[in-house]
Design a protein. Structure first.
Length: 167
């Protein structure tokens, strides 16, 4: 059981890191390029900076949001492993971090995304499918979280009941 929890925690943090990486790449590279087709990312940044936008601050905000999710997952995993939380609890907590990735993805789009929208006169919505992939992943994590909590609790009740009967 201990090894399973460690593997689950490690894989969970890795999944959160992949989600965070896609969040950052989408907000900082793919979405600006989708919003202004035919322009290089460097040209978009120069254009925005010439208009007075703070591109480096936008980049820092997005990276900070993405990094926060990974650090949160790692710290929570370490705490759950240290307290010997049940495997289904570790899974549930890491799924909850993925669920929170949806709002984080939405908010990360405001940094550079709104500057691109204002600087180029384009819509402020998502310009690639990748934001949708992040949102759908968060919704799937929410549904999975529900199942993990229900099934995990049922398993706990079953183990407790069988332990009581054996005593």
């Amino acid at each position: 059981m201990g090894r399973t929890r460690i593997v689950v925690a490690g894989v969970g943090v890795l999944v959160v890191a992949v989600y965070a990486a896609l969040l950052a790449v989408n907000a900082l590279v793919l979405d600006p390029l989708g919003a202004v087709p035919g322009q290089s990312l460097d040209a978009i940044h120069r254009h925005l900076e010439a208009q007075g936008f703070r591109v480096q601050t936008d980049i820092a905000v997005v990276i900070g949001i993405a990094a926060f999710g990974v650090v949160l997952a790692a710290v929570l995993s370490a705490l759950l492993l240290a307290t010997r939380a049940a495997t289904h609890v570790v899974v549930a907590v890491l799924l909850a971090v993925l669920v929170m990735g949806g709002p984080a993805s939405f908010w990360s789009g405001f940094a550079l995304g709104m500057d691109v929208a204002d600087g180029y006169g384009v819509g402020g919505g998502d310009h690639t499918i990748w934001a949708g992939v992040l949102y759908v992943t968060s919704v799937i994590a929410l549904v999975a979280l529900t199942f993990v909590l229900v099934l995990g609790r049922a398993g706990h009740v079953r183990r407790t009941a069988s332990g009581t009967l054996a005593a």
